[in-house]
Design a binder for this molecule. Structure first.
Ligand SMILES: [Zn+2]
Length: 260
């Protein structure tokens, strides 16, 4: 065989492999869901679940500067349900636990950029020290912040019986709805822990989605009741850190963790 023919055959072979894996890779695009907890005035050493004002501002400015399509969790849930595709620069912002600092520190910055976000609140902790008040929640709702349930008492759900889980998952929804006067659409599992009962109850309750951390059986957010999220904190204050977490293929490189 002539040298030229050999080169052509090798190039075709490489092309076929690249196209196959390229399509496979492209199909794994997953809209990143950012997960925050505390939003504080400055960096707190060792606090993995905290973001300082300066770093939160950096991250939100990053989204703005790079023209990210910041969408609500409801828009994402709808797209997953309908299997419709979203632009490959979409992103969702969420907070867990309902700390008062979300109102004092994160909310002004979210408002400045006009970004939607979902805050998952623990029903029994509202109005307690360091947690949001109903008035703050209503004010934030008025400015486009959505509230979801993070249970009644923040237990590790897999340790509970099905009936106890029912109270936490369905009871919290009913309680928050009675206080806010409208439907609550989303749920997040405390510490990301869940089992089959938790998922079934979240669906039975009528939630459109349930978020975890990086726990679960699936990897690319194809299951609305185990949506994986990406933790953001104070280390995410340089370009490459933020880029890698948000380019839509981060879950390809993350080792799935058991749900409980
Ligand atoms: Zn929590």
């Amino acid at each position: 065989m002539k040298r030229f023919q050999r080169v052509v055959i090798i190039l075709i072979f490489i092309g076929v492999i690249a196209a196959t894996y390229g399509v496979e890779f492209y199909g794994k695009y997953t809209v990143p869901i950012i997960m925050y907890h505390n939003a504080e005035p400055s960096e707190r050493k060792g606090a993995l679940n905290s973001v300082s004002n300066k770093n939160f501002e950096y991250q939100m400015a990053f989204l703005k500067r790079h023209k990210f399509n910041v969408i609500s969790l409801t828009d994402l849930a709808r797209a997953i349900r309908e299997k419709s595709s979203l632009p490959h620069n979409s992103v969702v912002i969420t907070f867990d636990d309902g700390y008062a600092d979300n109102y004092h520190h994160a909310f002004p910055i979210l408002k400045k950029y006009g970004f939607p976000a979902t805050i998952f609140i623990v029903a029994s902790l509202i109005e307690h020290e360091n947690y949001l008040t109903w008035d703050q929640i209503k004010e934030m709702e008025f400015s486009g912040i959505d509230f979801g349930s993070h249970t009644l008492t923040h237990p590790y759900l897999p340790d509970l019986t099905r009936d106890q889980q029912r109270k936490e998952i369905i009871g919290s929804k009913e309680f928050i709805e009675s206080r806010l006067g409208h439907t609550i659409h989303h749920f997040s599992y405390p510490i990301g822990g869940f089992n089959e009962d938790s998922k079934a109850l979240a669906e039975e309750a009528g939630y459109l989605s349930a978020c975890t951390t990086n726990r679960g059986y699936t990897r690319f957010n194809e299951d609305l009741y185990e949506l994986k999220r990406i933790r953001f904190g104070n280390k995410d204050n340089v370009y490459w850190n933020v880029f890698v977490k948000l380019f839509g293929y981060y879950n390809l490189f993350r080792k799935p963790v058991n749900p409980y």
